[in-house]
Write a protein that binds this ligand. Structure first.
Ligand SMILES: Nc1ncnc2c1ncn2[C@@H]1O[C@H](COP(=O)(O)OP(=O)(O)O)[C@@H](O)[C@H]1O
Ligand SMILES: [Mg+2]
Length: 244
């Protein structure tokens, strides 16, 4: 196996004395989609926010086998990591186009002038955003807002995309559409870490999956194996739990 594009070892995140993520080991290979599934409160958002450098953590983060010395948001951005947060963080009173342009701000600051091409690429993946490009973000539907949040992340030309529950709050048909788009992103060479409560939807598009419960990884396997694992079926994929 090649060296993972990103690997985290003994990764622990605490809120005061409470450990929300504990001694977690995880690796993402180049071009892979991996998913971390787990119930509400398992620590998924904490994991992504800490990995992005937004909250303190202990343990190590390695890029291509090289340990990261300073774990800050700026370093993570420089390494090509981009987070689409659970809260989406769109600018509601700005147009779709302007929200996308903001995603490119960091590149623009360092002298890159490829904004129009990147936006055209985003419009190819999400044609609906082109149609809506002059609309205010606040006027979009839930699915469109999620696509805009992902599109804005793509404007930063990420190597690694961290997605926090892109299916949250969306109707089943739209969940399927958004997850299919995530699946397509792999073709553009992006490695993806997807966290989801929607275990079935996530495992269907992922190569490998990790099951997070109360801050700890309790199981990891190929996604196709997890879909057939009786414990996973009973806990996460049972009748009525299918969202897509
Ligand atoms: N800012 C915070 N301060 C204290 N505890 C928090 C904070 N954010 C989350 N938690 C707690 O950490 C645990 C994991 O939360 P979270 O990462 O949001 O889980 P998930 O995204 O899987 O739903 C929960 O018990 C939650 O209550
Ligand atoms: Mg969360």
């Amino acid at each position: 196996m090649s060296t993972p594009i990103i690997q985290i070892n003994q990764f622990t995140v605490a809120y005061g004395s409470i450990k929300a993520v504990e001694e977690l080991n995880l690796q993402l290979e180049e071009g892979e989609i991996i998913t971390v599934i787990g119930p509400n409160g398992a620590g998924k958002t904490t994991l992504l926010n800490a990995l992005m450098g937004m909250i303190p953590s202990t343990g190590s983060v390695l890029f291509h086998g090289e340990p990261l010395k300073q774990h800050t948001v700026a370093r993570m951005v420089a390494k090509g990591v981009c987070l689409v947060p659970e809260t989406r963080e769109l600018f509601g009173v700005m147009s779709v186009e302007d929200n996308l342009a903001l995603g490119n701000f960091h590149r623009w600051k360092i002298g890159e002038r490829d904004q129009q091409k990147l936006m055209d690429d985003v419009f190819k993946i999400f044609p609906i955003l082109k149609e809506r490009r002059r609309q205010l973000a606040d006027t979009l539907s839930g699915g469109e807002r999620q696509m805009l949040a992902i599109g804005r992340a793509l404007m930063a030309k990420p190597k690694i995309l961290l997605l926090d529950e892109p299916s949250l709050g969306l109707a089943p048909k739209i969940v399927h559409e958004v997850l299919q788009k995530v699946y397509q992103l792999r073709n553009s060479g992006i490695s993806i870490l997807l966290v989801e409560q929607n275990a079935r939807g996530a495992l269907k598009i992922a190569d490998r999956g990790y099951v997070l419960e109360m801050g700890k990884i309790v199981l990891e396997d190929k996604a196709s194996n997890l879909l057939e694992n009786q414990k996973i079926i009973d806990s996460y994929l049972g009748v009525g739990k299918s969202l897509s």
